[in-house]
Design a protein around this ligand. Structure first.
Ligand code: OFO
Length: 169
């Protein structure tokens, strides 16, 4: 059985993961408008991952006999000043999500919910990868600067990213 406090923390995080999906979907639209299809692919995979993250928690709450309460999802931005500005937001958003997963782990510890701790450890590891991956794209974009040729080459590289459905838990 899941405690009320833990259940609420999971419900909050489900909303945040769905917001992440929404935010990356909006960013995907930004890159569609720039006709940078590799970035579109990267963000498309990101939206799918975020959906999987939300559903992993959705299923977990039910497995533990809890109730999922879906709240409204905030409206994401639709425009960014540049690809660098966009990926600065991806990275800072992922850092924020990491801080939220840490907060969930705090609740698990506080309520002595070892099963939740075990489950959330997967998310913590995933966040290390998420930050590394977003930070990597941002670093390359900064290196590229105003070089359009290099940007198009990088776009081709991002087009090769493949979606591997996350195996959560
Ligand atoms: Fe769900 O990891 Fe990104 O936000």
């Amino acid at each position: 059985m899941i405690s009320e406090k833990m259940e609420k923390a999971f419900n909050d995080q489900i909303n945040k993961e769905l917001y992440s999906e929404y935010l990356y979907l909006s960013m995907k639209g930004y890159f569609e408008r720039l006709n940078l299809k590799g970035f579109v692919n990267w963000l498309d995979i990101q939206t799918k991952e975020e959906h999987a993250h939300a559903m992993g928690m959705y299923d977990y709450v039910h497995t533990r006999g809890g109730k999922v309460v879906l709240e409204a999802i905030d409206k994401p931005e639709t425009d960014w000043a540049s690809p660098v500005a966009c990926f600065e937001q991806v990275l800072s958003h992922e850092e924020y999500v990491t801080s939220r997963i840490n907060a969930l782990l705090d609740v698990a510890e506080e309520t002595k919910d070892r099963a939740a701790t075990l489950f959330l450890n997967w998310y913590l590891k995933e966040q290390v990868e998420e930050e590394e991956s977003a930070g990597g794209v941002l670093a390359t974009l900064k290196l590229i600067g105003d070089d359009k040729k290099a940007l198009l080459m990088f776009d081709k590289e991002l087009a090769t990213r493949v979606f591997n459905p996350p195996v959560i838990g």
